[in-house]
Design a protein around this ligand. Structure first.
Ligand code: ZN
Length: 112
């Protein structure tokens, strides 16, 4: 068999403005935040997502922070932010497909 194309990719989930603590301003400033979904792929077919990252650009001083972990301490209302920025459905494509096949097999073995 040939070589397998396998690796990680990323896809933008969305963007919004949040009040985020800026290390340069040394206070909470409004920032443009881009939330990114990181996922594994095989032959460019998404398998499943494994992480979210954020790019933060401070609107006050322009400080850019890329590929920051998507963490609770960044946001004042993390739960709400988490709910709004979900991994796109297609990043679960391969895992979902495998699960579907397994379920179908189980179903058929149950019927007889
Ligand atoms: Zn700043």
């Amino acid at each position: 068999m040939g070589f397998i194309i396998f690796g990680t990719k990323e896809s933008t989930i969305g963007m919004d403005e949040f009040l985020i603590r800026c290390p340069a301003c040394d206070k909470h400033s409004w920032a443009d935040v881009m939330v990114i979904s990181k996922y594994f792929h095989i032959y460019y077919i998404p398998i499943f997502p494994y992480a979210k990252e954020v790019n933060i650009i401070c609107q006050e001083c322009g400080l850019k922070r890329y590929n920051m972990p998507f963490e609770e301490r960044l946001f004042s209302d993390f739960r709400e932010v988490k709910r709004r920025f979900k991994h796109p459905w297609y990043t679960y494509f391969f895992a979902g497909f495998v699960l579907f096949v397994v379920l179908i097999k189980l179903l058929f073995s149950a019927i007889g």
